[in-house]
Ligand binder design. Structure first.
Ligand SMILES: NC(=O)c1ccc[n+]([C@@H]2O[C@H](COP(=O)([O-])OP(=O)(O)OC[C@H]3O[C@@H](n4cnc5c(N)ncnc54)[C@H](OP(=O)(O)O)[C@@H]3O)[C@@H](O)[C@H]2O)c1
Length: 261
């Protein structure tokens, strides 16, 4: 059977661990040419070596999406190596400061916005012209449930992810005439390394035990279980493929029912 994404050129940010790393492997295994980025080069190089050894066409790029020139360099490197960009996954994200809104200063919000919003905007800005030229493309942004079901001390993160939703929808509208689609996935807590860090930080900020925080998370989910990284990758595949060809400007909640709108 022909691989699902044979020779499609995919750019993935935030690929040195978690969802981005799993997604890089998954796209490579489905025949895509994958360019993947993060700030830490060592895990990227390891992944590149592993995938190239299995005959996959991949390129690791050290890039901080909080730096606009790095986003340009990432897209330029992709086009130089593989000729175009077909699929962009704006996955890199940071949690930012965890404190009550009245203690947040503008610099803390700005730091998080740089990575969670200005980075995706820059990647879209540099990738979209290549998609417009082909009159085809798919952009998938990774948001979060936190803007829609507020959690204590998450002002900075929630604000950035709701801004990302605004960016996704506006980009979807503007790019639709060029057959380029743009959608957002809003995960709930995802089982993995990062959620354990979020639990530890929340426990510290709220003076609770890690178990109490986990139970709180659980109590928000009608289905009672965290979503897996694999499920997020499956949805990205769906949105990036022809299965999602009539979906644009959507915000897909994947959170065991935390948000039902
Ligand atoms: N895990 C969850 O519970 C959860 C829930 C809702 C939404 N999400 C969202 O899902 C996405 C992926 O989450 P995850 O769980 O896979 O997170 P993760 O395990 O913390 O991985 C985040 C990735 O982003 C990279 N990154 C962070 N800042 C970056 C920057 N400035 N420039 C480039 N890369 C950067 C990190 O690598 P370096 O440190 O090497 O740069 C890492 O590879 C994020 O947008 C996150 O907000 C996650």
């Amino acid at each position: 059977m022909k691989p699902k994404f044979s020779e499609r050129v995919v750019v993935i940010t935030g690929a040195s661990r978690g969802i981005g790393m799993l997604l890089t492997r998954a796209f490579a295994q489905e025949g895509a040419h994958v360019v993947f980025a993060a700030r830490r080069l060592d895990p990227l190089r390891q992944l590149e070596t592993e995938l190239q050894a299995s005959g996959h066409q991949v390129l690791a790029v050290k890039a901080d999406v909080g730096v606009q020139e790095d986003c340009k360099r990432l897209i330029d490197a992709t086009v130089q190596r593989f000729g175009t960009v077909d699929i962009l996954v704006n996955n890199a994200g940071v949690s930012g400061a965890q404190k009550p809104c009245w203690e947040v200063d503008a610099a803390e919000l700005d730091e998080t916005m740089k990575v969670n919003v200005f980075g995706p905007l820059a990647c879209i800005r540099y990738a979209a012209p290549h998609m417009i030229k082909k009159q085809a493309g798919a952009i998938i942004d990774i948001g979060s449930f936190t803007g829609k079901r507020p959690a204590p001390n998450r002002t900075v993160y929630a604000t950035s992810k709701m801004a990302l939703l605004g960016l996704t929808r506006t980009a979807a509208l503007e790019l639709a005439a060029h057959k380029v689609r743009c959608n957002l996935i809003s995960p709930g807590p995802v089982a993995g390394e990062r959620v354990e860090e979020v639990v530890a930080n929340a426990a510290k900020a709220q003076n609770l035990s890690a178990d109490e925080v986990r139970k709180n998370f659980q109590s928000w989910m009608p289905l009672g279980e965290m979503v897996s990284e694999q499920e997020i990758c499956d949805m990205i595949f769906f949105l990036a493929s022809d299965s999602g060809k009539h979906m644009t400007g959507q915000d897909i909640n994947m959170d065991s029912g935390i948000v039902m709108f």
